[in-house]
Design a protein around this ligand. Sequence first.
Ligand code: NDP
Ligand code: GUE
Length: 290
Amino acid sequence: MQLLDGKSLSQTIKEELKTEVDAIRQAAGKIPHLAAVLVGDDPASQVYVRNKVRSCEEVGFRSSLIRRPATISQEELLEVVETLNDDPDVDGFIVQLPLPAHLDEDAINLAISPQKDVDGFTPVNIGRMTLGLEAYLPATPNGIMVLLERYGIETSGKEVVVLGRSNIVGTPMTILLSRKRQPGNATVTLCHSRTRDLAAHCRRADILIAAIGIPEMVTADMVKEGAVIIDVGINRVDDSSRKRGYRLAGDVDFESVKAKASAITPVPGGVGPMTIVSLMMNTLKASQAK
Ligand SMILES: NC(=O)C1=CN([C@@H]2O[C@H](COP(=O)(O)OP(=O)(O)OC[C@H]3O[C@@H](n4cnc5c(N)ncnc54)[C@H](OP(=O)(O)O)[C@@H]3O)[C@@H](O)[C@H]2O)C=CC1
Ligand SMILES: Nc1nc(=O)c2c([nH]1)NC[C@@H]1CN(c3ccc(C(=O)N[C@@H](CCC(=O)O)C(=O)O)cc3)C=[N+]21
């Protein structure tokens, strides 16, 4: 069994990015600048945003964290987005999700300029990706594509089963994997909460990608011998033996599944760090686009 070490791969890619940024700086070019908008104080969102900002510093990007209280109005948040759209110093920005319930996520997303949409969530970028045009690709699915490619995992002609159909993970994952290029060319099945006999679909998968949000739902009996397992889930599970009071669990029961898998991502240290690196690759691209 091969451990697909997203953490170590992300370090390698960050070093590559740093070399590029150093070269840009020496040529007196423009240093990439990522801004992140964080609304409220959801603890998990704070961790992710902090990781993003720290990673930016590691590679020599500029980063800005824009914090607003959970009570911010829709109009005020739209103003923050407009200001970032218009700020020539900012190459790209993200609005961390989920937003508090009184805010309209779709309306906020639609207000983000596609040229600065380094999350790849806006209709223009999703449409361009679907048509196979240059686009800012969504960070998590693209991070998984990079992970598969760098580990030399063939996707062409493979049966891939994706669990979960969210706009930010499952759905774009199926589009990237089925594109007529490498990596891609897979035969993809998308499963969700209305899928009948999920386990039967999973057992057919050469590559199984779980993005559901239910801790350790994928068990060994659902996995084909020799399958590649990509675990996107990041779930906090109560654990009184930890000083934080919880541990992180994926959507895959790692301990039982690893015995059957030919390769598997851990949680933490798998897809999460690749998501961040992918966001940074988009930000570098945005800074070079002008
Ligand atoms: N590592 C990373 O970088 C990232 C990790 N995540 C993590 O990935 C997980 C998924 O997040 P996200 O994509 O936002 O998902 P959402 O919570 O938006 O959606 C969950 C999906 O899973 C489906 N689902 C729920 N229950 C079942 C079930 N019992 N059987 C089959 N399908 C089911 C839902 O189906 P339906 O559509 O029918 O409701 C839905 O499509 C979470 O743990 C999240 O924390 C998310 C983003 C990035
Ligand atoms: N606009 C927006 N863009 C996103 O890309 C986005 C978002 N909103 N909302 C939430 C999800 C989730 N997400 C993660 C990023 C990094 C880790 C990550 O770094 N995980 C570490 C561990 C983190 C920890 O210790 O909690 C790891 O897996 O090793 C996890 C999850 C990005 N998302």
